[in-house]
Design a protein around this ligand. Structure first.
Ligand SMILES: Nc1ncnc2c1ncn2[C@@H]1O[C@H](COP(=O)(O)OP(=O)(O)O)[C@@H](O)[C@H]1O
Ligand SMILES: [Mg+2]
Length: 258
């Protein structure tokens, strides 16, 4: 039986002359909370875009349960249980919170889009199942009271929760989070941390990009650090915090921080 392991092997992604991801190898084991960190512009989001089928790397393999994801479309990757959130919020502002969470489900529906127009017994069953999943996630993320509220009218911290609920409604095996704590206050960050642990306790593997160092060190079991697209270190949070190359990379980039 294939295990839910994600393996990047010598992945390289170029944009013209710029090597955004440079010969990157890393392995995310099932059940881990795995961190990918590095200074601004290091290539973290590009790594996620390569995994999720938004970009195609020029070199290397991205193996998920032993299957190479390179060349797949984003929908094909989602269909394999890999779901992500984005660094900047991408909600449908006019749509209700519940509809936003539902929009995640529709990507993975067994039935085609036409079933939304032509109602069949099968599509009814699917819709019922979908709403059940949406309700579950609204409850899990403490969003039930906002179900009917347009997502765009809600405070930023709550919108971030809606995004995670939408991703979770797709039933991921691997959840990929791009800077989920960005823009959150301390209380919201703490709440996010608890949520991440709860998601992991459900058996879901988490791959996390995060700028907030305290948060990363608290949350993760294992980390890879990249700079200029290249891996400069990997290890447990303790090992990473003591690594001279990591300290150097972060001190050297202090000017970039807000
Ligand atoms: N679509 C693109 N076209 C050209 N350059 C890009 C594109 N996406 C990212 N880059 C460049 O790749 C590098 C890595 O970007 P990114 O992955 O967003 O970094 P990070 O997420 O670590 O801050 C940056 O220099 C960025 O400008
Ligand atoms: Mg980024």
């Amino acid at each position: 039986m294939a295990t839910n392991r994600l393996e990047l092997k010598n992945v390289t992604k170029r944009f013209g002359g710029l090597v955004a991801v440079d010969d990157l190898t890393m392995t995310v084991e099932p059940g881990q909370i795995y961190g990918l960190i590095g200074p601004n512009g290091a290539g973290k989001t590009t790594v996620f875009n390569n995994i999720t089928g938004i970009y195609r790397p020029e070199e290397g393999e991205i193996l998920w349960r032993g299957e190479n994801l390179v060349g797949m479309t984003p929908n094909q990757v989602v269909a394999r249980g890999i779901v992500r959130t984005f660094q900047t919020i991408r909600l449908f502002g006019e749509m209700s919170v519940a509809e936003n969470v539902m929009s995640g489900r529709h990507i993975r529906s067994r039935q085609g889009w036409w079933h939304g127009i032509v109602h069949t017994p099968g599509s009814k069953r699917d819709e019922l199942e979908n709403w059940k999943k949406v309700e579950e996630q609204l409850d899990f993320f403490n969003l039930s009271q906002y179900a009917a509220v347009p997502a765009g009218s809600l405070p930023y911290g709550i919108q971030r929760r809606v995004e995670m609920a939408r991703a979770m409604a797709v039933d991921p095996t691997l959840l990929i989070l791009d800077e989920p704590a960005a823009g959150l206050n301390d209380a919201e960050t703490l709440q996010l941390l608890e949520t991440i642990f709860k998601i992991r306790d459900r058996g879901i593997t988490i791959l996390l990009i995060e700028h907030d160092m305290d948060m990363v060190m608290e949350a993760t079991d294992y980390l890879t650090v990249i700079n200029f697209g290249k891996k400069i270190a990997e290890g447990t949070p303790d090992e990473i915090q003591r690594n001279p190359a990591v300290i150097e990379a972060y001190l050297g980039s202090e000017d970039d921080d807000e």
